[in-house]
Design a binder for this molecule. Structure first.
Ligand SMILES: Nc1ncnc2c1ncn2[C@@H]1O[C@H](COP(=O)(O)OP(=O)(O)OP(=O)(O)O)[C@@H](O)[C@H]1O
Ligand SMILES: [Mg+2]
Length: 351
């Protein structure tokens, strides 16, 4: 159902089966903010329709984050009691801003802001927190992983891989301390663990790689339509969900698309300019040169071909400026949480 205007509600689509519903109630979407006397009953009846969803995700989907957090914590503690594996560094590229770790038997990651950021990152802790908060409040367009902020997590010290614990105490010492036999973490983001796209591209079969490459382009476009520019579009910052959807999780450089300045590469007019190793034109902080993206993206051949076949426009500044114009004119290209073939047309129900 869509609330089109004051006069009525449109019946826009019919969703069929668990997968359709699961995408609508995904952890990558905005909250529904349901007003109910009894969220407990509501999420349990939703779970009958989507048995694979965790209660935390359903509580969040209907806007009850506190219930969701409590549910997560209870489940996490129960899981720790019934397992004995150790927390280890998350697979994939090491974060320059975040220290990310996980428990192999539990499908979430813990992300801690490092005390110092590697060069060339110039951000600050407060700035990183601000961007994560922006994602929490903004429409995530089905493409941004939900990050829950937790304070004072307490985990037994012997559950940590020693190398990870050493790294935590060294690189996030301002928010991690030892207290007796426990590790106490003052501040962390907890996210669903998904497969980083750079790893997925190395291990998946050709058809899945090609599909993921196309969805990677689509994800960037969906985010653009919701006025989000990811900042860093490298594949290490995207992941693949169990439904095969490509989503983004690295928020420290994320910003509003309308705040970016998308520029064409200036053409050199002298031999000196042509030979220059460094840019010979001035570049300001928000300047972005989409023509340069392909140079930075390291993709396996078949992924590159699929991405370029379907989404070559991403590499032209004019494409991005066009989206900015639409956003500024209030013509928001809508991103639907269901497949196009599930849509009905012109089925109007009186309010
Ligand atoms: N939700 C997630 N699921 C699985 N792995 C993740 C998740 N979030 C982060 N990671 C892993 O941790 C790494 C670092 O995370 P992230 O990109 O958020 O940190 P960062 O410090 O902002 O990175 P960068 O150095 O690119 O700015 C990722 O490249 C990925 O391998
Ligand atoms: Mg990253």
């Amino acid at each position: 159902m869509r609330h089109e205007n004051e006069t009525g509600i449109d019946l826009d689509a019919i969703l069929i089966g668990e997968t359709d519903l699961a995408i609508l109630f995904s952890f990558t979407r905005a909250y529904f903010r349901v007003d109910t006397e009894c969220p407990y009953e509501l999420v349990r009846s939703l779970r009958e329709l989507m048995p694979r969803k965790r209660l935390i995700d359903l509580y969040n989907a209907v806007g009850y984050h506190r219930h969701g957090k409590t549910e997560f914590y209870r489940d996490f503690v129960r899981h720790l009691r019934n397992s004995n594996d150790r927390f280890v560094a998350a697979e994939g590229a090491r974060g320059m801003v975040m220290l990310v770790f996980t428990l192999p038997s539990y499908d979430v990651v813990f992300k801690l802001i490092r005390d110092h950021f590697d060069y060339p990152k110039e951000s600050t802790r407060a700035e990183v927190i601000r961007r994560y908060r922006l994602v929490f409040e903004h429409d995530r367009a089905g493409r941004l992983v939900e990050a829950h902020e937790f304070e004072h997590l307490r985990i037994a010290r012997d559950r940590f891989d020693p190398a990870l614990l050493e790294e935590l105490l060294r690189d996030t010492g301002s928010i991690v301390r030892l207290e007796g036999n426990d590790v106490v973490i003052a501040h962390a983001y907890v996210e669903r663990r998904i497969r980083p796209l750079n790893l997925f591209f190395l291990e998946a079969d050709k058809a899945s790689v090609e599909a993921a490459a196309r969805d990677y382009g689509r994800a960037i476009k969906d985010l653009a339509a919701s006025n989000i520019f990811p900042g860093d579009i490298l594949t290490k910052n995207f992941g693949v969900t169990r439904h095969g959807r490509v989503v983004f999780y690295d928020y420290d450089e994320l910003c509003f698309l309308t705040d970016c300045n998308f520029r064409d590469m200036p053409q050199p007019t002298t031999p000196e300019q042509e030979m220059a190793a460094e840019p010979w034109f001035s570049v300001r902080e928000n300047d972005i040169f989409p023509e340069e993206f392909p140079q930075f993206l390291s993709l396996p051949g078949s992924a590159r071909t699929s991405l370029f076949e379907r989404h070559a426009d991403l590499f032209c500044a004019a494409y991005w400026r066009g989206i900015q114009e639409k956003l500024r004119a209030g013509e928001l290209p809508e991103v639907f949480p269901y497949r196009a073939d599930r849509r009905l047309t012109n089925t109007r129900v009186a309010a």
